[in-house]
Write a protein that binds this ligand. Structure first.
Ligand code: MGD
Ligand code: MGD
Ligand code: SF4
Ligand code: MO
Length: 753
């Protein structure tokens, strides 16, 4: 059956599988497990003469996990840098990586376990001891499990320290209700669509450094910053790659592009189908690759034959001539072309089909296993550690999407929307316990009122975080975690052949750069917290490791390494890699599995609703110096970009009487008004039917004293929900900014031309 087959394959291939599997067992603890490793004195001349370099840092200001060293003076971290030993990011880190120092010492950081003696959403905090906090969490969660079953719990995890609690609740407690932001609001659709087409999830594995053409659909590198990824992209450009950027906005990438395709949002699949149809009709595709490896090609060819250049031009508002030019540029340089699979891909609710189209285009050009193409390097072998699978049958039996036979291509976990709907309706079962760990669903998931309704109907809400972001306002018990600079957790492995030309693999482990203990707080790491909870809940016998250090060592042991050894190697073990080229993948141009599940088996353009007259579509993207909402209290980063300007087309602005820098508020199609304001950025670099802003701003929690009220929260305006039918993921670009609302406080709106 499509569902099981696809999900099993996904688990075999997706990077998450490696990440969750990578954790159990026992290893001798060091006397003081959290002592940072100070390797050698810092030798540069000048004011840092008394500074030492601590090795073994791995960044978590975003999820790319660049390798760091820390400059430490008198036990205090004064500066972060890329680890010179790194073959990934090297000595480079981004602004956010640098800003980690300010997260570490942020006076607003969570310090002690807290109990909410006020209301959810309007908390009053009382400091309590860890014993009290853990007793209350275990009693309340146990009560939910006893009354409603393990599936009465929902978990909302994200980030590396959330893997341990996540697998505890999934494998041991036995809940299927896991809403991972990184899947349902980020890249899950991409991974599932590629598995359905090429039998493997892509990560971002395109060989951009060696490409003749780099093709980005909605990716905006430079604003989206993942250091080694950006390096690969820039290396490709340095090497002379042509760049095609498809984006309704003149993004940082569009600014470097040879061809900027100013597409109408939501219509990308039509554009892709026309490119492929043109290549087939003119015989400019890789016939040898397709004949040898294509499946269902004739059905595909017939199924997209309607997609002429003119057809797509009308839909996507891209001139037929430009679509043809892009198609021919790709064909002329094939197979050495990087068709980038994207990363944040939950856009309009027609996303699985678009991602299938991207994978098919890759196959049609034969851009697989060759220089510049879709190339998956083979990473190093490491050990495993993790919670045993005690109650997974229960979880499987209560998986909502299985029960409803819906969203058969949903990524691991349960679609967020199904969890919320189930919680608020109680159907098919009650969900009454919420566990949040490193995710801020208030600003991550559309329809904030529904998320809040879900939280309000819970019997118990537990949140573990480092900062008082908006989700923490809804906690009954709030637990403070030590930061990524003060703890061990997980390892980071990788591979490169393209940055240095040498084929290599690496293994790095996150180690503390500074001590986690201090007189002014009682923060703990996730292994300690979850183990203490597990013991109290009666699952103590399943505990796989006693400490994060033990977990790390267990995983490293699979590579004949240890933390001690890694320290000797300056925090990163580098070993020879293998030739990444030569892989041949079958390409399901027509997918029987997708068709059997009741969805179009040939990639299909599904139109999305048009904005009502006078409205413009609201789209969003990355702030180059911020990570979502999590960095909104960081003084260095806020200083760089204190709010998120709203991009507005210059001609529209003129007609509306708005000037660059005017302060505005926004109203959406449901009459929802932004609670805060921002400035308008007047530019010809955006379509008239589109407005844009960086995501993550508009924090409401007054405990975030730096970030509160700064900029506009895009998510608060995303009230119209759209669900991608194949995967259950939320499309988030189906909302509109109202430009006919007349006069608002501090702002002037005119009719949209
Ligand atoms: N600085 C920084 N970098 C980050 C992150 C961060 O928080 N900060 N987060 C990381 C994470 S988790 C992710 S998933 C990635 C995400 O990074 P990307 O995958 O690049 O995704 P977005 O930032 O959502 O992309 C937004 C771009 O898509 C364009 N766009 C909007 N609608 C459409 C459309 O219909 N069609 C097309 N073709 N384009 C459209 C927007 O104008 C914008 O330029 O970034 C990563 N890198
Ligand atoms: N409107 C809109 N919505 C989006 C997106 C968008 O562009 N626009 N992007 C989507 C994408 S691609 C993604 S990946 C998701 C991201 O969604 P989230 O993961 O929810 O985003 P963050 O803002 O990073 O929130 C993470 C939470 O983790 C906390 N945290 C940080 N470090 C730690 C730690 O070490 N331990 C613990 N316990 N907590 C920690 C932060 O303080 C914050 O409360 O959002 C998605 N939602
Ligand atoms: S890209 Fe920047 S924030 Fe992300 S891990 Fe690397 S240095 Fe840290
Ligand atoms: Mo993401």
């Amino acid at each position: 059956m499509a569902l099981n087959l696809t999900r099993r394959k996904f688990l075999q291939t997706a990077s998450l599988a490696a990440a969750t599997a990578a954790m159990s067992g026992c290893f001798a603890n060091r006397a003081n497990a959290s002592t940072p490793f100070v390797k050698k004195p810092f030798t540069a001349p000048g004011s840092f003469a008394d500074t030492t370099t601590a090795v073994g840092g791995v960044c978590e200001m975003c999820f790319w996990r660049c390798q760091l060293v820390g400059k430490v003076r008198d036990g205090k971290l004064v500066k972060l840098e890329g680890n010179p030993k790194s073959i990934d990011n090297g000595v480079s880190i981004c602004a956010r990586g640098n800003g980690g120092v300010k997260l570490l010492y942020d006076p607003d950081r969570l310090k002690f376990p807290m109990k909410n003696v006020g209301k959810r959403g309007a908390p009053e905090w009382k400091r309590i001891s860890w014993d009290e906090a853990l007793d209350e969490c275990s009693t309340k969660l146990k009560a939910v499990i006893d009354k409603y079953g393990p599936h009465g719990i929902a978990i909302f995890p994200h980030g590396s320290s959330a893997k341990y609690p996540m697998t505890f609740f999934e494998h041991v407690v036995g809940t299927p209700n896991n809403s991972e932001a990184s899947f349902f609001q980020c890249r899950g659709v991409r991974d599932m669509a590629y598995v359905a087409t090429l039998d493997t999830a892509p990560d971002e594995n395109v060989d951009m450094a060696n490409a003749k053409v780099i093709f980005l659909l909605g990716g905006h590198f430079g604003e989206n910053v993942h250091v080694s990824h950006v390096k690969r992209y820039l290396k490709g450009l340095e090497n002379g790659a042509k760049l095609v950027v498809v984006d309704p906005r003149f993004s940082a990438s569009a600014a470097k592009a040879h061809t900027w395709v100013k597409i109408k949002p939501g219509t990308d699949t039509a554009f892709l189908l026309a490119i492929m149809n043109h290549l087939i009709k003119t015989g400019k595709y890789n016939k040898a690759y397709v004949e040898a490896n294509g499946e269902g090609f004739d059905k595909f060819k017939a199924g997209i034959s309607h997609a002429t250049l003119d057809w797509a031009a009308k839909i996507s508002d891209v001139p037929a001539k430009q679509i043809k030019e892009v198609a021919e540029m790709l064909a002329a340089n094939a197979p050495n072309v990087s068709i980038h699979p994207g990363r944040h891909v939950t856009w309009h609710g027609n996303d699985f089909q678009r991602e299938r189209a991207l994978a098919c285009l890759t196959g049609l050009l034969g851009a697989i296993g060759v220089k510049g193409g879709f190339v998956k390097g083979k990473g190093p072998k490491v050990g495993k550690s993790g919670w045993p699978k005690v109650n997974v049958e229960h979880a499987e039996a209560h998986a909502l999407h299985h029960m409803a036979k819906k969203h058969q291509f949903s990524p691991p976990g349960t679609p967020t929307d199904m969890i919320r709907e189930t919680a608020v309706t109680g159907k098919p079962y009650a969900i009454k316990g919420y566990v949040g760990w490193g995710q801020n669903p208030i600003q991550t998931i559309p329809d904030q009122p529904l998320t809040i309704k879900m939280l309000q109907q819970m019997d118990f809400v537990m949140v573990c975080d480092v900062m008082p972001t908006d989700i923490t306002m809804y906690a009954d018990i709030l637990l403070p975690e030590s930061s990524y600079l003060e703890r061990y957790d997980m390892i980071k492995t990788g591979v490169q052949w393209d940055l240095s030309g040498k084929q290599e693999q690496y293994i790095a482990a996150r180690m503390p750069l500074v001590s986690p203990t201090s007189a002014d707080h009682e923060r703990k790491d996730s292994v300690w917290i979850v183990n203490e909870l597990a013991k109290r809940m009666g699952y103590g016998q399943h505990i796989p490791v006693q400490s994060e250090l033990e977990m790390t060592n267990k995983i490293l042991a699979g590579a004949n390494l240890s933390v001690e050894q890694l320290v000797k190697e300056d925090g990163i073990h580098v070993q020879p890699g293998v030739d990444p080229y030569g892989a041949v993948l079958k390409v399901k141009f027509f997918s029987q599995d997708v068709a059997d599940a009741g969805f179009p088996g040939v990639p299909t353009y599904i139109p999305v609703p048009e904005p009502p007259k006078g409205f413009a579509r609201l789209v969003y993207g990355r702030a180059p110096v911020h990570t979502f909402n999590r960095s909104m209290n960081n003084v260095w980063l806020m200083n760089e970009m204190p709010e998120n300007p709203v991009w507005l087309n210059d001609e529209s602005a003129k007609k509306m009487g708005l000037k660059d820098g005017d302060r505005i508020e926004l109203v959406n199609q449901d009459g929802v008004k932004s609670e805060t304001s921002s400035v308008v950025k007047v530019t010809p670099g955006i379509r008239k039917d589109t407005v844009y802003m960086a995501h993550g701003y508009g924090t409401k929690n007054p405990a975030m004293t730096v970030g509160v009220g700064k900029g506009i929260d895009d998510q608060s305006l995303i009230t119209k929900r759209v669900v991608d039918p194949e995967t259950g993921a939320n499309g988030m670009r189906n909302n509109w900014r109202d430009d006919t609302a007349g006069k608002l406080t501090n702002s002037i709106y005119g009719g949209m031309p």
